[in-house]
Design a protein around this ligand. Sequence first.
Ligand SMILES: Nc1ncnc2c1ncn2[C@@H]1O[C@H](COP(=O)(O)OP(=O)(O)OP(=O)(O)O)[C@@H](O)[C@H]1O
Ligand SMILES: [Mg+2]
Length: 275
Amino acid sequence: MPGTLAPLSDRRDRALVPVVDIRAAEKIFSNGMRGLAPIDLTVRRGEFLTLIGPSGCGKSTLLKLIAHLIQPSSGDLSWWGQDFSHVGEPERRIAFVFQDATLMPWSRVDANVRLPLDLAQVKMDEAVPRVAAALENVNLTKFARSFPRQLSGGMRMRVSIARALVTDPDLLLMDEPFGALDEFTRNKLDDDLLRLSSERGLTTIFVTHSLYEAVFLSTRVIVMAANPGRIFGEFIVDESEPRGDEFRTSDRFAQLSRGLSEMLNRASVAGSSAM
Ligand SMILES: Nc1ncnc2c1ncn2[C@@H]1O[C@H](COP(=O)(O)OP(=O)(O)OP(=O)(O)O)[C@@H](O)[C@H]1O
Ligand SMILES: [Mg+2]
C-alpha cells in the first residue's frame, strides 16, 4: 500500500542485507590481462571500508565492478540483495567520487553540483534547495557562484563531494579522492567526510595509498595484493566515533598504523613473488 511502512520484521531483514555482496568475481580484460582473481567480499550497512594495496592490485577495478561501470568476467555481485536494475531506487542509491574533481570549467559551482539532478530531470524548484544543502554540507555556500578555476584543489574536491551528496546516496564510492592534496587539506577533508558519513548513515568504500588515512577513516581495511589482484587480508579498526585530532595523535593510532603497515608489507612481498 502506498505510504505504508513495511512490517518491522521486513525492515529489520533489509537492514541485515549486505549493501554489496561479491561472490567469486573475477575480471579478465579484453587484452587477456587478469585485473582481479576471483574475490569474495561482503560490505555491510554503515561500514567505512577502505581498499589499500600496491599500484596495479585491482583497487580501481574492484570499485568499478561495484559501481557497475565494468562487468565481471565470472562470478556475481548483488546490491542490497538484488541485481543492479534496482540500484537508484530509494535507499539504494550509489554515488562515485573520482581522484580528479572532474568539474565543468565553464559552469559555476552550483551548476556543477546540480548536474546529476539536471540529468535526472529534477525540477528547478526542488533542485535549487538540494544544491544549497549539499554546498552547505561541505562549507562552500559562499562559493556557489564561483567558477572552478577560482577555487583551490581542496575546494574543488569539496564541490565534487557536494555533487555526489546532492543525489542523497546510500553507498558512496571514492577512488583516491584526496590523493593529490597536501596533508593538511587532506586531514580536513577526512574529518568532514567522517562527519558526513555518520550524519547520513552512509556506507562508504574508499581507495587510498595512505595507510594513515586508511586507519583514520575506516571501520575495516581490505589489504590487496597484485599479480593477480586479490584480497590479501583484512584489518579491523576498532575505534569508536567521533574520531579527530586526538585519535590521530594517539598511541593507539600509531599502534594501528604499525599493524596495517606490517600487513601491507606482507601483501607487497606476496604480490611481487607471484610475478
Ligand atoms: N581497461 C583495462 N585493460 C587492460 N588492463 C587493465 C585495464 N584496467 C586495468 N587494467 C590492469 O588491471 C590491473 C589492476 O588495475 P587497477 O587500475 O584496478 O589497479 P589499482 O590498484 O587501482 O592501481 P593504482 O593504485 O595505480 O590506481 C593493472 O595491472 C592494470 O594495468
Ligand atoms: Mg586505481
